[in-house]
Design a protein around this ligand. Structure first.
Ligand code: DAH
Length: 358
């Protein structure tokens, strides 16, 4: 067989070559291009080609060699794709697993909604530290030195280096530092750092030494509101409460005020809202009264204004404070506070944008 014929035959062989798997493709490569391969052998014979034909034959031989290599690569590639699908079977007709949508935590959603409602009537947002001193958390707010809220049972005092914890001035207590027990401390910071009018709300975490149960937690969230200006009246407080509750819960809810006591407001009141769960006739949440307590409020005590350097003769104001978890419980009908802390995605998923059906 002439060299010409052998090249033609090998060209046909290469273009029609098949391999069932990678091993066969490799055997093909060795048979064609290995040290003793048939294409390699042609290069030896090429030496005998007369010089005037060398150029043409050389080109064909090189092309053949490249075509053979390309065909072997192709077969190896096909074999490796094939082996992937011959491994674990993928059912391409199975329904895709649903994408997991992240969501804001319900407490964040409720806090944002509260901020939004107050922002519409001109309230700014202010913040204070969570590790607070006795002055801002208690003294300036008129808590007498022996008030039970200062007791170790209620307040987490900050531990000093020498061990033990306790109220300021007692063994182990860092001079006056504690985790704030309410966001009313921010009222004091706001009033001390500027001039009236003040119209601000302070959302944030607060801490109390409580046993954890469905109804109580040692860390929770509050939103405080403060409005101080000349001639602020109790009627404005009532109007604000009515606006707030209707904006958040709907126009059908009503409120009532019960006289109460807080050291920093005079007069003080507790705000009840008509029960959003049963709508009035009574249920477990409202303890069959038709009303649920949602916050404390009152006119800022003149002594507190004076403590913060504000002239109580000229200015008056109101303040209110609510628990965000409580509001969330009523909005979402979630009975157990602990659900807000467990971060079970099956719970949190329900709050992904627009999917919650309360
Ligand atoms: N600080 C109170 C608490 O933690 C809530 C509160 C009551 C805040 C009356 C106020 C207020 O501003 O006027 O229970």
């Amino acid at each position: 067989m002439s060299l010409e014929q052998r090249i033609a035959q090998l060209e046909a062989e290469v273009s029609g070559a098949q391999a069932a798997n990678a091993d066969e493709a490799e055997r093909l490569r060795i048979a064609l291009l290995g040290r003793n391969g048939s294409i390699t052998a042609l290069f030896d014979d090429f030496k005998q080609v007369p010089p005037e034909e060398k150029r043409a034959f050389g080109q064909r031989l090189n092309q053949l060699k490249q075509a053979a290599q390309a065909r072997v690569d192709e077969l190896k590639q096909a074999a490796s794709n094939g082996s992937a699908s011959s491994g674990p079977q993928v059912d391409v007709s199975a329904p895709a697993s649903t994408a997991h949508n992240g969501s804001l935590h319900p407490i964040t959603i409720v806090r944002q909604r509260i901020v939004e409602v107050f922002a519409r009537i001109g309230y700014t947002v202010s913040q204070g530290p969570e590790v607070e001193d006795d002055h801002h958390n208690f003294s300036a707010l008129n808590f007498p030195p022996d008030h039970p809220a200062r007791d170790m049972q209620d307040t987490f005092f900050v531990r000093s280096n020498n061990g033990g914890d306790g109220p300021a001035g007692q063994a182990g207590g860092v001079e006056g530092l504690a985790l704030r027990t309410h966001t009313s401390s921010v009222q004091v910071r706001v009033m001390e750092s500027g001039k009236p009018p003040f119209r601000t709300i302070s959302p944030g975490r607060v801490y109390r030494n409580e046993a954890i149960s469905a109804r109580a937690h040692c860390m929770f969230h509050q939103v405080e509101a403060l409005y101080v200006d000349e001639g602020v009246s109790f009627a404005e407080l009532k109007g604000t409460l009515d606006y707030f509750t209707k904006s958040l819960f709907g126009p059908e809810v009503s409120i009532r005020l019960r006289p109460s006591y807080f050291p920093f407001t005079e007069p003080s009141a507790e705000v009840d809202m008509s029960c959003t769960i049963c709508g009035g006739p009574g249920c477990n949440v409202c303890k069959h009264s038709g009303w649920v307590e949602i916050m404390g409020c009152g006119m800022v005590d003149p002594a507190v204004l004076a403590n913060c350097g504000i002239d109580p003769q000229r200015y008056s104001g109101f303040a209110l404070g609510m628990g965000v978890e409580r509001i969330a419980q009523l909005l979402y009908r979630v009975p157990d506070l602990r659900l807000y802390w467990e971060n079970d995605v099956r719970f949190l998923d329900q709050f992904a944008a627009g999917t919650f059906r309360g």
